[in-house]
Design a protein around this ligand. Structure first.
Ligand SMILES: Nc1ncnc2c1ncn2[C@@H]1O[C@H](COP(=O)(O)OP(=O)(O)OP(=O)(O)O)[C@@H](O)[C@H]1O
Ligand SMILES: Nc1ccn([C@@H]2O[C@H](COP(=O)(O)O)[C@@H](O)[C@H]2O)c(=O)n1
Length: 419
């Protein structure tokens, strides 16, 4: 048992730690080493006062790990006393693909320092796989040890050491096949792995199966297929309905209507499962596009650009600069997914965006911070949309009146699709 813990600690020590205070500031990075180090000002502030722990729920299997992490986060949020901060954390090996593991940091400034009791309960019932505890030294350093039932194990010490900010955001190491899927079979595999824990997965896979998807990527489209993309409230619904009438087109959506009953269920799941669900939605919509475009032009409200852009922007925390660079393989269109003739991205200027959001009536107390966090997130989604290739999207200013936007889009469609 002790040797297993020691090897687990050694594994932790080979990794870089990333802690996020909130989504507005940049993450803080550090490593563990066998020699004491002076802390940087950021680390000094992070480890400032109180007791600090890092916890990880990782189990075997990606579906189980993703769900255990989400379960641990909500269990801690529910059980921790006032005075505790729960921060997102992750551990990774620089430049090693799929090495990014999610965890949590816990700062305990509660009256009775009772977070440790809560963590130990979760450790005993198996919700926490690994816990590290940190202690400030008198000379400004910070020591770290594994929380273990083995006395020998508890005595081993490592020290928090500053490291440079990595060149690439570490979440980008895991995006392929965890957040964005590039083949039908990869997205199907995730839902197959969920069969035992999410019974609805079988029904979704059955719907995918029924669409006879094999021939879709090679389908010869007879009429143009036009995708309308954009952030929430940019006017997609308004425009797609008008286009349907103006062009005598068939209007489709991704996710398709047949997945409507399952959407809430999968939205509650961690990104791995939620994103695989939306990826499969695109393949079902692709089959519908292939059928319908034989008879009429097709307008699609959201498609793969939405699935990929939201997934990438959610996975990569912080600022737009943290997104994978332009030209990255992450922005490539899946080779087996039907490509549309034209993708238009509706973009709204910031003033109009504020007006439309204000009309939606956000909760007043939350408003300021949500708008700021949303602003960062929206910038990242929009930038990710623009970086997707083959096909890339054409940006349409959707701030003018609905009629003006419709006329501009009809003009673009006539020019690009000979309609
Ligand atoms: N060009 C426009 N000018 C002003 N208001 C608009 C325009 N287009 C749509 N709206 C209004 O903005 C709101 C959002 O529009 P709509 O529902 O079409 O957006 P959406 O992109 O489909 O949103 P979501 O993705 O959140 O469903 C609606 O109240 C709609 O009437
Ligand atoms: N093709 C799609 C469509 C949607 N999503 C996800 O759904 C959210 C937006 O949907 P709305 O119905 O609110 O417009 C967004 O968070 C996307 O994550 C998707 O992934 N793929």
């Amino acid at each position: 048992m002790a040797s297993r813990s020691i090897s687990r600690l050694a594994q932790w020590c080979s990794r870089i730690f990333m802690v996020e205070i909130n989504q507005k500031t940049e993450p803080i990075y550090f490593a563990l080493s066998s020699k004491p180090s002076a802390l940087s000002p950021e680390l000094d502030a992070l480890f400032g006062s109180g007791k600090l722990f890092s916890v990880c729920a990782q189990c075997d299997g990606r579906v189980q790990s993703a769900r255990s992490h989400a379960h641990l986060k909500s269990a801690l949020a529910e059980k921790l006393p006032p005075g505790c901060d729960l921060l997102d954390a992750a551990f990774f090996l620089p430049d090693v693909k799929n090495s990014f593991v999610r965890g949590l940091f816990l700062r305990d400034n509660s009256a009775l320092y009772s977070a440790e009791r809560v963590v130990n309960q979760l450790r005993q019932n198996g919700s926490v796989a690994s816990v590290l505890a940190y202690t400030r030294g008198n000379s400004g350093d910070c020591a770290c040890s594994i929380v273990s039932d083995e006395p020998a194990e508890r005595e081993r010490r490592y020290y928090v050491t500053p490291v440079p900010v990595p060149l690439r955001h570490p979440a980008t190491l895991n995006i392929i096949n965890s957040d964005v899927f590039y083949r039908l079979e990869d997205a199907c595999k995730v839902l197959q792995e969920c069969n035992d824990v999410i019974p609805e997965s079988k029904a979704v896979l059955k719907l995918v199966e029924e669409q006879k998807l094999e021939s879709v990527s090679n389908h010869a489209k007879r009429f143009p297929v036009i995708v309308i993309e954009g952030l929430d409230a940019t006017g997609k619904t308004t425009l797609t309905c008008s286009l349907q009438k103006a062009l005598g087109a068939v209007l489709l959506k991704s996710p398709p209507q047949c997945l409507g009953d399952f959407r809430q269920r999968f939205d509650a799941e961690p990104p791995l499962i939620r994103r695989a669900f939306y990826a499969l939605g695109n393949y079902i919509t692709a089959a519908q596009i292939a059928r319908e475009s034989a008879h009429a032009p097709v307008i699609t409200d959201r498609y793969w650009h939405s699935t990929a852009a939201y997934a990438i922007a959610t996975a990569v925390s912080g600022r737009e600069e943290n997104l994978p660079a332009v030209g990255s393989e992450i922005y490539e269109w899946p080779s087996d997914l039907l490509r549309p003739s034209l993708v238009l991205l509706l973009s709204v200027n910031p003033e109009e965006r504020q007006r439309r959001l204000a009309n939606r009536g956000l909760d007043k107390t939350e408003e300021e911070s949500q708008l700021e966090i949303n602003h960062l997130f929206r910038c990242k989604v929009e930038e990710a949309y623009k970086r997707i290739q083959n096909p890339a999207c054409i940006i349409v200013d959707a701030s003018p009146s609905p009629e003006h936007v419709l006329q501009e889009v009809l003009c673009l469609i006539r020019n690009k699709c000979n309609l």
